[in-house]
Design a binder for this molecule. Structure first.
Ligand code: ADP
Ligand code: MG
Length: 824
């Protein structure tokens, strides 16, 4: 097994020097010349530790081994040589030292050979790349060993130099350097160990084979152990031989003694060599230790490998299972796919069948449609022919439609005519109804207005108030005349608190009836200073009936402007001493005449009377101003004159219905009468008497006319005065008349107040039947206005029952009633 092993025959060897020489010439330096790839890892021989290789005498000699046997086998020629060349021992290559060196070399050789044996075994097993790598590392390791040996050889050389052993300091320095180098090498070895450990991890796959190698190695070890035992036996034999030899011849003893003597001389060198040897042995032991550790690591790697393998097996099993599952799923999917394909195929076949059937149906339909198409084509051609004749048809149709439309239009227009006729009839009916209403209400109304006490009334008992009112009845007025209370009932009584607007509200219905074509007369009656002019004209700040009436007319006309076109004109005139004068004319002094219309209609007109068309309140104001100016320039004492004349404002409202062309004309006469006071009684003369006579005449005539109208007499004495003659068309027929009796409230005027109220009541209370009226009223007109009361012929109202009993006036109703009662 160990081919490099060499045995030494002491008897055959001529001398130690010759041995030395032979060793040097042939194979004396195996450790130096032969490469030994023994790395610590590749030499698992713990039982061949350095302790066993230790050589020496006495107690240091180990139990046995190759080395010892080698030593002893080589020791014999060495000793012989020592004996022969004892003189040479003092030199640098002293025989003792040489012997030790040889021993060391032998031991190393042994180590190397064992490592080579391991390497060989491994190479026998064949190797992977890793193993090759490992081998390379081993080679590297060996190289390092060689390096180490070279160093040792150098060391030895140095020691071999004369005097070198003794010059301690130089050797010690070199030794230190060598030690450094050795430590470096050890470091490199450690690095290599690291690399090796890495490689060991990769060696996992080859563990089986490695185990095999180990087994074989174990076998080798067993053989080795046997060999060792054999060698130890031989060693023992050798020891025994040595002992027997010692007990034999004296020359040997001498030699031994010499050796002992010599050894004392070379003791120091020996000890040094021993120390070095020990050091190297320690290093070897360390290497072996490292090898052991690596083996342990290898073992743990094996364990890890086993674990990993188990894992791999587990994974493989899992993989297999997954694979199996996958196969199963694939199979099921394949089955599904096949099934789906089959179903789809079946469906497609069914659908195909249906499509075929449909196609067949369509074909049959097509066959049946062809005749229908033919009929349609025929129809189309027929229609085409008809369309060609369509214009003619259209013309005919248009003609007939036109005729129909014309007929319809005619019907509509005749309907319209009928409607217009009905509308007019309705209008007339409405007017008739209105008239009837007014008649029932009384188309002659009498109201009284009491003016407030003014500064002009003065102070004292004469200026005390003599007029009182009924709080529950606004148509009753009480007068205290000469200590006697007298009551009168009229249509309405306004107290001094009544405003212009209050009074106007009472008359505004009459004024608006002008727009509908009625004639209206509004008179202000009363003694001078009782407030006639105030009520009719008012003041600029508080206008009277005249201005308010025109304002109302304007607003009413504007409201109807969409249907009716109205024109409003005004004229202003005065009657003084029975002479009519135009207040708006260029010649105010000219006396105007009232004439019959030449058209034979029986209408009256005043030639030369100026008419102004007014459209706004400004126009009215201008007209009033102008009339006023005419009146003031004509008379120096206006107030006195105005109280002696009648002032008339005549407003004409003419309208045309835009849709029907119907025309209406209404006339509003606003009259501020002359003072009703009885001047004649006081014995006036001259012009004053004439004035009084004219005033009396005209007022009497007015009273007569009103009475005649109210009693619906056949003859109304309009011509008895200029005033009634002028107002004839506004007093007769369905005209409306309102008289405002102005009353002074103070004590000193009670006689005139009494007279005015009596006149008012007389006018209002005439209610006679048609038969008796004419006769009764005939006696009225013959009365003088101023003589009514003295003559006691004045008809008194039937409703005088509330007058104070026993008074002068209360006795009259009965007589009047008797007079006015129809004879039948
Ligand atoms: P007539 O015209 O009857 O002679 P006027 O109208 O001239 O009387 O009135 C006489 C005076 O009395 C005037 O100063 C007038 O302002 C005043 N007067 C008349 N009536 C009223 C009244 N209702 N409220 C206030 N003052 C009045
Ligand atoms: Mg007046």
């Amino acid at each position: 097994m160990v081919p490099s092993r060499r045995t030494w025959n002491l008897g055959a060897t001529p001398s130690l020097l010759g041995l030395w020489r032979v060793g040097r010439a042939g194979e004396p330096q195996p450790a130096m010349a032969r490469p030994a790839p023994a790395s610590p890892a590749a030499r698992p021989f713990p039982h061949t530790g350095p302790g066993r290789l230790r050589t020496g005498r006495g107690k240091d000699t180990p139990a046995g081994g190759d080395e010892d046997s080698g030593v002893h086998s080589a020791g014999r020629p060495a000793l012989a040589q020592c004996r022969a060349l004892s003189v040479d021992w003092a030199g640098p290559g002293s025989p003792h030292r040489l012997y030790l060196t040889v021993q060391v070399e032998n031991l190393k050789e042994k180590l190397i050979s064992q490592a080579q044996e391991v390497s060989r075994l491994r190479s026998e097993l064949g190797g992977t790349d890793l193993e090759k790598h490992r081998d390379l590392l081993m080679v590297e390791n060996e190289r390092l060993r060689q390096e180490m040996r070279r160093c040792e050889a150098e060391l030895q050389e140095l020691r071999g130099k004369p005097g070198a052993a003794c010059t301690g300091c130089e050797h010690s320095q070199e030794s230190a350097q060598l030690r450094d180098k050795l430590s470096q090498l050890q470091l490199e070895v450690a690095e290599n160990k690291g690399m090796l450990s890495e490689l060991n991890l990769e060696v996992q796959q080859k563990t089986d084979r490695l185990a095999e190698v180990e087994l074989r190695l174990k076998d080798c070890l067993a053989e080795k152990a046997q060999e060792e035992e054999r060698l130890s036996r031989r060693l023992r034999d050798s020891h025994e031989t040595i002992a027997s030899l010692r007990a034999q011849s004296p020359p040997i003893k001498y030699v031994i003694k010499t050796v002992e003597v010599e050894s004392s001389k070379t003791k120091q060198a020996l000890s040094e060599s021993q120390a070095r040897n020990q050091h190297l042995q320690e290093q070897v032991a360390m290497q072996r230790q490292v090898l052991k550790e690596m083996e342990q690591q290898l073992q743990s790697s094996h364990q890890l490998t086993a674990q990993l393998r188990a894992q791999i097996a587990m994974y493989e099993a899992e993989l297999e299972r997954a694979h199996g599952q996958m196969l199963e799923e694939m199979q099921s999917l394949e089955e599904d796919k096949n099934r789906a394909i089959e179903e789809a195929f079946a469906r497609a076949q069914v659908e195909m069948k249906a499509v075929h059937e449909n196609l067949a149906g369509v074909r049959t339909n097509l066959l049946t449609l062809q005749p229908a198409l033919r009929t349609l084509t025929n129809d189309y051609n027929g229609l085409k022919r008809q369309v060609r004749g369509f214009p003619l048809l259209l013309q005919e149709a248009l003609k007939s439609v036109k005729a129909e439309i014309g007929q319809a239009i005619e019907e509509v227009s005749s309907n319209n005519q009928e409607l217009l006729r009905k509308y007019r009839r309705e209008l007339q009916l409405r007017k008739k109804c209105h008239n009837e209403l007014v008649r029932l209400k009384g188309n002659i109304r009498v109201i009284a207005r009491v003016r407030p006490v003014t500064k002009e009334d003065g102070e004292g008992p004469e200026a005390t108030n003599a007029v009182t009112f009924d709080p529950d009845d606004d148509s009753i007025i009480h007068l205290l005349h000469k200590g006697k209370p007298v009551s009168f009932e009229l249509d309405k009584v306004f107290s001094p608190r009544a405003s212009q607007q209050d009074v106007f509200q009472e008359v505004q219905a009459l004024i608006t009836s002008c727009i509908d074509g009625f004639n209206v007369c509004i008179f202000a009656y009363g003694q001078t200073g009782a407030g006639k002019t105030y009520t009719m004209e008012g003041t600029p700040e508080n206008p009277g009936i005249n201005q308010r009436a025109l304002q109302l007319l304007f607003s009413e006309v504007q409201e109807k402007a969409s249907d009716w076109a109205y024109t409003i004109t005004v004229s202003a005139a005065e009657i003084y001493n029975e002479a009519l004068r135009d207040l708006l004319g260029q010649e105010p002094q000219e006396k105007l005449e009232i004439r019959l219309c030449p058209d034979g209609s029986g209408q009256l007109y005043v030639p030369g009377l100026t008419e102004f068309q007014v459209q706004s309140v400004d126009d009215i104001n201008k007209v009033f101003e102008f009339g006023h100016t005419n009146r003031t320039t004509e008379f120096t004492n206006l107030n006195e004159h105005s109280s002696r004349s009648h002032a008339l404002l005549i407003v004409m409202v003419r309208g045309v219905d835009c849709s029907t062309g119907l025309r209406t004309t209404g006339k509003l006469n606003l009259v501020d009468l002359a003072g009703s006071e009885r001047v004649g009684k006081s014995g006036a003369e001259g012009s004053r008497l004439r004035e009084a006579q004219h005033i009396n005449k005209s007022l009497s005539a007015l009273g007569d006319v009103i009475a005649a109208l109210r009693s619906r007499q056949g003859h109304v004495p309009f011509r008895n005065s200029k005033l009634t003659y002028l107002l004839q068309d506004s007093l007769s027929g369905d005209s409306k008349t309102l008289m405002v009796v102005q009353v002074s409230p103070v004590e000193k005027n009670t006689s005139e107040t009494l007279y005015s109220l009596k006149f008012a009541e007389r006018v209002r209370s005439v209610e006679l039947g048609p038969g008796s009226r004419r006769a009764e009223l005939g006696s009225w007109s013959s009365q003088e206005h101023l003589e009514w009361e003295p003559a006691c012929q004045t008809p008194q109202p039937a409703a005088r029952a509330h007058s104070a009993p026993g008074s002068g006036s209360t006795s009259r109703p009965g007589s009047i009633r008797r007079k006015l009662q129809p004879s039948a």
